[in-house]
Design a protein around this ligand. Structure first.
Ligand code: FES
Length: 507
């Protein structure tokens, strides 16, 4: 039996509180409406404002508090082992365009940090993908060659700053890490200073397109009229192109704590082994201390023992960095595109004024900034060399990605049908802090018992497409395994694609 690790919430969000932004309280008319104030949405809105367009950002929660504020905040064009795969699936030119687009995004962010004088703990670091077992060394050698051919300063090495030996690593020099929330707060301030509008607590529930202009409706009943609309809500809250069939959600755990006497590995590291381990450090306090941030133990939302995952990750951090004390824990969520390339561009085959940015597969910081630049090119009518690479309408790759697409759908079907066959839980057996799905009058009800023993009951049917939610005890949230929607114990939406809450139920 594992201990229940305290989920502290994101270090980045805690250390960069920002001003409240108003909720939308009237109907408005803008050139471009951006739904979602994470790094992809804000970068897009910011670039558009700089290009002279009138923009409004509509965020259901708070700025940077969706996924961006929970990441490890690495800004690198090295995305684990992407280049060897890309040169096979999209050809050498595809791999080269991917490397260039991601590198230019990082350079663009560096230039903005300089220009605006943003204090966001920007540090230049080398990025490493490493393995400890000999079985995958050839894979790494191939990746080093592919990344180098794609134009990155990449090499194979056995030397790293990690305090344990590796069998091999791909090193890409001159990448970066930063404090993502400090960066986004500064970008948001400058966006507002340029006349951009940013609304928090404004959930968009309807999109009307086809006529001109587009029309968005918010939960509070207000309307936003815009020539162009960008959906940058991580998992798209509207799905006109069945993108949900091409995305699989993945939740990943993070532990962090002061390095104390453990040596600073200096670089940014990731391994595909051990259910993923990703490592970086960040400035921590005034006396030169560093914070070690470790990510790993990924799982499909709504499945697995999350508390045990936190414990495993914390133990790994303590064993591999003796002296560090993991005193912080939070989790993040990613969407993997079935062909591993993000989906950024026109929303669907018939789209003329609606755009999407999603499927960053855990690399949403360079990817989100890249999306801002790419979507701004598309909306302002400028060409962009990598528009086809990321185009969500890409058809050839849909054929190529058919096996993983079918696998994703089989998984969804398994939850949609199989979860209903599971025997229901019992309220009597429910411990404080836990939750279970029970059956009441033939209907599935999600019940949580709080620390005081009070019961909270909501419908267990996810409001996106009807899969059954299950309880994540460590984070005290209902999660849907089909497309990753998350709900608070009172049914409120924490994360889409669902936009409507789980309805209250009587027991
Ligand atoms: Fe799609 Fe729940 S997120 S059914």
């Amino acid at each position: 039996m594992h201990t229940q690790r305290n989920v502290t919430g994101s270090y980045w969000l805690r250390t960069a509180p920002g001003p409240d932004r108003p909720a939308l309280s009237e109907d408005i008319d803008v050139d471009v409406a951006v739904v979602g104030a994470g790094i992809a949405g804000l970068s897009t809105a910011y670039e558009l404002a700089r290009a002279g367009l009138g923009v409004a950002v509509l965020e259901a929660g708070r700025v940077a508090a969706g996924v961006t504020g929970y990441t490890t905040a690495k800004l690198t064009a090295q995305h684990t082992l992407v280049y060897d795969r890309l040169r096979r699936t999209r050809g050498p030119e595809g791999a080269r365009l991917y490397a260039r687009s991601q590198s230019e995004a990082i350079e663009h962010a560096a230039a903005l940090v300089d220009e605006l004088g943003i204090d966001c703990e920007w540090e230049t670091r080398d990025a490493y993908t490493y393995v400890r077992g000999r079985a995958r060394v050839d894979e790494l050698r191939a990746e080093a060659e592919a990344a180098r051919n794609a134009g990155l300063p990449a090499s194979f090495t056995m030397e790293t700053g990690l305090p344990f030996p590796v069998a091999g690593a791909v090193r890409v020099t001159g990448q970066a890490q930063f404090h993502p929330v400090k960066y986004l707060r500064a970008i948001t301030d400058d966006l507002v200073a340029r006349g951009g509008r940013v609304y928090e607590g404004t959930r968009v529930v309807g999109l009307q397109e086809g006529g001109e202009p587009c029309r968005l409706t918010t939960e509070s009943g207000h309307t936003v009229t815009a020539r162009d609309v960008v959906i940058a809500t991580h998992y798209p809250v509207f799905d006109r192109a069945l993108l949900f069939a091409r995305l699989s959600p993945r939740r990943e755990l993070v532990v962090a704590g002061p390095l104390n006497d453990a040596p600073d590995p200096e670089g940014m590291y990731i391994t595909p082994e051990e259910n993923t381990r990703s490592v970086r450090t960040a400035p921590y306090g005034a006396d030169g201390q560093r914070l070690l941030v470790v990510t790993g133990e990924h799982f499909t939302p709504g499945t697995g023992d999350v508390g045990a995952g936190f414990d495993t990750l914390a133990r790994w951090a303590e064993e591999h960095f003796p002296g560090m004390s993991p005193d912080q824990a939070w989790a993040t969520q990613d969407n993997d595109a079935t062909d591993t390339v993000p989906l950024v561009g026109p929303f669907h085959p018939g789209a003329r004024h609606t755009y999407v940015a999603t499927g960053f597969g855990g690399w949403g910081l360079s990817g989100g900034i890249m999306a801002g630049l790419l979507l701004t090119s598309l909306i302002t009518g400028r060409d962009c060399p990598w528009r086809e690479l990321y185009d969500p309408r890409r058809l050839k790759s849909v054929v190529r990605e058919a096996p993983s697409l079918l696998k994703t759908q089989a998984e969804v079907a398994r939850h949609l049908v199989g979860d209903r066959l599971k025997p229901p839980g019992s309220v009597d057996d429910l411990e404080p802090g836990d939750g279970t799905v029970v059956r009441v009058d033939g209907r599935r009800v999600a019940v949580h018992r709080d620390d005081e023993g009070n019961l909270h009951a909501v419908s267990a049917r996810c409001t996106h497409l009807g899969c059954l939610v299950s309880f994540n005890r460590a984070e005290r949230a209902w999660e849907c395994p089909c497309h990753g929607s998350r709900f608070a114990v009172d049914g409120t939406v924490i994360q889409g694609p669902a936009v409507r809450p789980l309805e209250p139920r009587d027991l």
